[in-house]
Structures are given as structure tokens and as C-alpha cells.
Ligand binder design. Structure first.
Ligand SMILES: [Zn+2]
Ligand SMILES: [Zn+2]
Ligand SMILES: [Zn+2]
Length: 258
């Protein structure tokens, strides 16, 4: 699949509680380093013609304002956890200015959750001003959104199936702690790989830092970036400087061109 040049923007790189966490006074949460301020995890993928966001976090509205996203063609969902879907209602602004429903792509598990959690947007009797959403089911086959090719990658979040996405030579995976062998083949050859790395200690459904480093190295991707980071990870600067060459913690607002 042909892929045009892409710009990737990290809209958020924090775990479900964000960093700082409400009411926490640990050294990370009180840090004055901007890189220790993490909204919930999401990226913007842009070609010259097409703009896609992956997940609509509880911070979606502010993320769109902060990154000045004036046009949005589609939303891709990884999985139905609240920190990845909660902001969907705010696609209303794009409905209003673009005068059409938002194209939303998700697997059937996430579609069910969206219909349940945003039932008012799918009811027969719709009140004015609700979000307008056109659901597109992701199967295991690649597809295009505008001129951007999308290869879905199935990964495991303990026992929940989660979708990662490959766009050309860039792959984004969050909320996983296991990747099956055949799905790893879909990632190989990427120039850059984003993985979730929650913290240093082991976790039941997320890669920790060591596991994420090992996965980037196993897949031999030249550049690895970590997201979905907890305040328990430690301060950005301290952790980042000890990572192997080519691997870094991502930070909010970071941009990649691929
Ligand atoms: Zn999450
Ligand atoms: Zn804290
Ligand atoms: Zn999750």
C-alpha cells in the first residue's frame, strides 16, 4: 500500500489517570518539567490531505485545541476503555464545521461499547446538537482512510483484544502486554514504533519499561517511542537519559515526520 509522507503528533502520552494525577504530590506530579505533564494517550496522524486521530480521550477537546486541529477526517479506536473513548462527544465541533458525520473506525467490541456509552447519539429520537457518528467496522484487513493506508494489528491487553495500527513505516500500539507472532510480522520493517510502557514495575495488562524496550529490540525497529506513561515511571528526563540508543519516552506535543 502506498503511503504519503506523514506527520505524527503525540496529543497525549499519559496513562488513564494522566500526569499529574489528581491529588498526588509525588516528585513527578509536582515536577515543573513540561515533559512530565501528560494528557491521556492519543496521536494525530496527518498527510497533506488527511487527518486522523487515534482514540478520543477524556482530554480530546483540549488536545484538539492545543494542537490546533481544524479539520479531522476520521477517528480510529484501539479499544473501549474509558481513557480511550470518553471524549467522543466533542466531535460535535467537526460535525458543525464540516457539515457531515464523523467517520469512526473500531472493532466490533469497541463499537458495542460506543453504542452503549453514547446511546443518545444512536437513538431513534435524536435531540438537536448531539454528535453525528458513522461507524465503520474494522476487520483484520488493511484499508485506506483518504490517502493514508491503515493496517490493523491485533494485540492483547491481558485478555482484551486491542487494535494497533500501522501507517506506512510508522506503527502505533498502546494498551498491550502481548503480541502474537503473526502480528509481529506486520510491525517488522517499520521505521518507528510506539508502544505503551506504563512504569518500571510489572503490570497485569501493560508492558512495563523493560518489556517495551525488549519488544522494540526484538522487532528490530530503529526508533522506539513509549506512551501511556504513569507517574510511577519517574521523571521524564531521568528515565529518558538511561534508555538505549534509538529509544525514548514520548512527550505531549512531540512531532515525528515519517
Ligand atoms: Zn489506556
Ligand atoms: Zn504522582
Ligand atoms: Zn486499556
Amino acid at each position: 500500500m502506498q503511503c504519503p509522507p506523514l506527520k505524527i503528533t503525540f496529543l497525549g502520552t499519559g496513562t488513564s489517570s494522566g500526569v499529574p494525577m489528581i491529588a498526588c504530590s509525588c516528585e513527578v506530579c509536582i515536577s515543573s518539567d513540561k515533559k512530565d505533564k501528560r494528557l491521556r494517550s492519543s496521536i494525530l496522524v496527518e498527510s497533506a490531505a488527511t487527518s486522523i486521530v487515534v482514540d478520543t480521550t477524556p482530554d480530546f477537546r483540549y488536545q484538539m485545541l492545543r494542537a490546533n486541529v481544524n479539520k479531522l477526517d476520521a477517528v480510529l479506536f484501539t479499544h473501549p476503555h474509558k481513557d480511550h473513548v470518553a471524549g467522543l462527544d466533542d466531535v460535535r465541533a467537526y460535525n458543525y464545521f464540516q457539515k457531515k458525520p464523523m467517520e469512526v473506525y473500531a472493532n466490533s467490541l469497541t463499537e458495542e461499547a460506543i453504542k452503549r456509552e453514547f446511546a443518545y447519539a444512536f437513538s431513534d429520537k435524536k435531540y438537536p446538537g448531539i454528535p453525528s457518528i458513522n461507524l465503520n467496522t474494522i476487520a483484520d484487513t488493511p484499508f485506506y482512510i483518504g490517502d493514508i493506508p491503515v493496517i490493523p494489528i491485533l494485540v492483547w491487553h491481558l485478555k482484551m483484544p486491542v487494535l494497533g495500527f500501522r501507517f506506512g513505516r510508522f506503527t502505533y500500539i498502546t494498551d498491550a502486554n502481548k503480541i502474537d507472532a503473526e502480528e509481529k510480522e506486520k510491525i517488522k520493517g517499520s521505521e518507528a514504533l510506539v508502544l505503551n510502557a506504563l512504569r518500571n514495575d510489572k503490570h497485569i495488562s501493560h508492558f512495563n519499561l523493560d518489556e517495551a524496550v525488549a519488544m522494540v529490540q526484538e522487532l528490530a525497529v530503529p526508533k522506539g517511542y513509549f506512551t501511556h506513561i504513569s507517574h510511577q515511571m519517574g521523571k521524564h528526563e531521568m528515565i529518558n537519559k538511561n534508555l538505549p540508543k534509538g529509544i525514548a519516552l514520548a512527550f505531549d506535543g512531540q512531532e515525528l515526520t515519517i
